[in-house]
Ligand binder design. Structure first.
Ligand SMILES: Nc1nc2c(c(=O)[nH]1)N(C=O)[C@@H](CNc1ccc(C(=O)N[C@@H](CCC(=O)O)C(=O)O)cc1)CN2
Ligand SMILES: Nc1nc2c(ncn2[C@@H]2O[C@H](COP(=O)(O)OP(=O)(O)OP(=O)(O)O)[C@@H](O)[C@H]2O)c(=O)[nH]1
Ligand SMILES: [Mg+2]
Length: 451
């Protein structure tokens, strides 16, 4: 198999201590033959002089690595150049590589694409790798590493194995009905299908933890105008992200800030102050802001409602409605303005209430503590993660379940087998390998048909 040889800077662009260029493909060795002062041992770093292949000008004194295929990351021959990380060194080397015959710059993700094509990684492992590179918090990193190590892949493959086995029995029933096998679909197969359905359902029933951890947990700050929503966002972000003013209706767009709470990624958003206004009689921009705020709050994992202590007996109905429809906390703000203890309004009696002041900082730490606790309780993977990190996985599993359900609705082995085959394909899509050859393998192995 020959493929074009690709190269790319694998470290971040810009000046750095060391920059790594990776080269993969059938001609990768040419780099070491034509540009390097020596050819390193496989998988052992060597200090070499690097030259331009045309004019022999010295580009760098760098570390070179030789990973002969198929035992490399991509499964192809791979060369790595660990260069001094200056722009001129990197640019000069890239230009020199482009002069070599059949070499071209790699496209985004192309090294990993080749690893996938060469069966080094399956689709879920590729996704895990991509999540690992994108991971911003400890919990995201842990989840990504588990997926990169094949946790989801093993789970799905084990399910697929069970299906393939059932199919093999069904095929035997269809092809050899006169042998000592029962008529119709055996209770054993039906039982196995039910069992598999239950196992897959159990994994789907995870409140979307894996996806939430990958995408970040969404907390929406909501409340009436001027309550101090933007002030609170700025305190949480520890910088002036949102405009604060005593004009009611200052914030219109949704402003998001990324926080790391106990290792979990949290996206806190500031929204337009909620109040009842008519679409045509008032400021159209504020109306749109309120519309967006409500939509956003409805899709958040947690609503944090803010009220002004001086207005807290006049609570905004819209905010209360949002509070009741979601996981929520309430913060009564500006408590620096009132020394005496305010009674808690009746309509808030069911909620978890914090008294805070974004101005004096009072109550902020304990509010943060509550948010931390909530995030850990709701996102903590408690050892039994389902491993579902993408909607793609969820949809495929749902389709698989639907096919399994249909397979039980018939007494004809042929129809049942067809549904099982579909279910198998949906699982195969998760890991990215869909083939039927192994079905035959299992038949021969388990039934000794050819004997
Ligand atoms: N310099 C450098 N650092 C890197 C990478 C890289 O490609 N280059 N990686 C890239 O993402 C990660 C390491 N991942 C790797 C995964 C597999 C193989 C590899 O050579 N696999 C062979 C042999 C395995 C063995 O014998 O130990 C194989 O799978 O056959 C190399 C790196 C992170 N750090
Ligand atoms: N005394 C006092 N004033 C505060 C506190 N927090 C915010 N403010 C003031 O309240 C006013 C409104 O604050 P913002 O943060 O802009 O309020 P908001 O809820 O974002 O308002 P809109 O964006 O208009 O919905 C500003 O003048 C703030 O300085 C507080 O804890 N104590
Ligand atoms: Mg605001």
């Amino acid at each position: 198999m020959t493929s074009e040889t690709i190269f790319a800077l694998s470290t971040a662009p810009g000046q750095a201590g060391v920059a790594v260029i990776r080269i993969s493909g059938s001609k990768a060795r040419v780099v070491l033959q034509e540009m390097s002062s020596s050819f390193p041992e496989p998988r052992v770093a060597a200090l070499v002089k690097l030259f331009d292949p045309k004019d022999k000008a010295e580009l760098d004194r760098c570390l070179a690595l030789w990973f002969p295929g198929p035992g490399s990351f991509t499964g192809e021959d791979v060369v790595e150049l660990h260069l001094h990380g200056g722009r001129a060194v990197v640019d000069g080397t890239i230009e020199a590589l482009a002069k070599l015959f059949d070499f071209r710059p790699a496209e985004a993700g192309e090294f990993t694409r080749r690893a996938f094509d060469n069966d080094k990684l399956d689709l879920t492992e590729v996704e895990g790798l991509s999540d690992l590179i994108a991971a911003e918090t400890e919990a995201q990193r842990k989840q990504a590493i588990r997926q990169m190590d094949g946790e989801l892949s093993k789970l799905v493959e084990a399910w697929r194995d069970r299906l393939v086995r059932m199919l093999a029995y069904m095929e035997a029933e269809i092809d050899f009905p006169d042998e000592e096998l029962e008529e119709g679909i055996s209770d054993q197969v039906k039982h196995n299908i039910e069992q598999l359905k239950a196992d897959i359902k159990h994994h789907l029933d995870d409140s979307h933890r894996g996806e939430r951890l990958r995408n970040g947990i969404k907390i929406a700050i909501v409340g009436p105008p001027n309550a101090g929503k933007s002030s609170l966002l700025n305190v949480l972000a520890r910088r002036e992200v949102a405009i604060v003013s005593d004009v009611a209706g200052t914030t219109r767009d949704i402003i998001e800030v990324h926080l790391d709470l106990s290792g979990y990624p949290v996206i806190v958003s500031d929204t337009a102050g909620l109040r009842e206004i008519e679409e045509n009689t008032t400021d159209g921009i504020e109306f749109e802001g309120i519309r967006r705020a409500k939509l956003h709050a409805e899709s958040a994992d947690l609503c944090l409602a803010i009220f002004d202590i001086e207005d807290s007996d006049n609570l905004d109905q819209e905010t209360l409605r949002l509070l009741n429809s979601a996981n929520s906390f309430v913060a009564i703000n500006k408590c620096d303005k009132r020394e005496e203890d305010q009674p808690i309004p009746e309509s808030l009696s069911g909620f978890d209430i914090s008294k805070i002041s974004t101005k004096s900082g009072e109550g902020i730490d304990s509010l943060l503590e509550k948010l931390n606790t909530w995030v850990v309780a709701n996102m903590g993977l408690s050892g039994s993660s389902s491993g579902i990190t993408r909607q793609r996985h969820r949809l495929a599993l749902q389709e698989c379940l639907d096919s399994l359900g249909r397979s039980l609705e018939t007494d004809l082995p042929e129809l049942c087998a067809e549904d099982l085959r579909l279910a198998t394909r949906y699982l195969g899509r998760i890991t990215g390998k869909v083939d039927v050859e192994e079905l035959l393998d299992v038949i021969f192995r388990d039934f000794c048909i050819g004997k």
